[in-house]
Design a protein. Structure first.
Length: 190
């Protein structure tokens, strides 16, 4: 399990550094002139960008009359995308609520997507719980400030929201338990 946690940390660090390298969808003239196309492709791949992402670089550099080395970029992208399209990263991308751009090659996509869905369920359940708690808090504030003729309606609303919070808490527990089971199974090699 420690090895798996370390793997997740390493993948997170690689993806973060890759995203830092490729945060700009367009490049300025100096970046086009000095680009290491292999490194840029590797960073774009490691950030989960699709293989056609090079088109954005081509458009940016064309404005300055500078060609893009598609071959080097694609060679780097093929390395980077394999860093991104791991089950460990799929868990993190999903759990953090990031979108998936259908960028993984066919041989890696199923495992990545399975893990991504497990992580995304955790994100979605936590988001739902936070929203339900916010609505309940507002309803309780409204109830505290309510006039007598509104109190019954607001009390019923607050109780309904308490039920929603309870249901959302159960969904978070279930999603987190599935996440933990996935981690345990993955670390055992299933």
């Amino acid at each position: 399990m420690i090895g798996f946690a370390r793997s997740i940390w390493v993948v997170s660090a690689l993806v973060a550094s890759a995203m830092a390298l490729s945060t700009c969808a367009t490049l300025n003239e100096d970046e086009c002139l000095s680009a290491d196309w292999y490194q840029l492709g590797q960073g774009d791949g490691a950030a989960g960008q699709p293989s056609n992402y090079v088109e954005l670089h081509r458009e940016a550099c064309a404005k300055h009359g500078i060609p893009v080395n598609d071959t080097l970029w694609f060679q780097g992208w093929q390395i980077g995308i394999r860093t991104y399209c791991t089950p460990q990263n799929g868990l993190l991308v999903g759990r953090d609520g990031n979108s998936y751009k259908n960028s993984c090659p066919a041989d890696l996509a199923p495992a990545f997507l399975n893990a991504y869905q497990v992580g995304k369920r955790v994100f979605d359940a936590r988001k739902e719980l936070n929203e339900a708690r916010s609505k309940l808090e507002k309803a309780l504030d409204d109830l505290a400030d309510a006039k007598e003729d509104d109190r019954q309606r607001l009390t019923i609303e607050a109780e309904t929201l308490r039920t929603q919070v309870f249901g959302a808490e159960i969904r978070v527990q279930s999603a987190e338990a599935n996440y933990d089971r996935y981690l345990a199974d993955f670390s055992r090699g299933y």
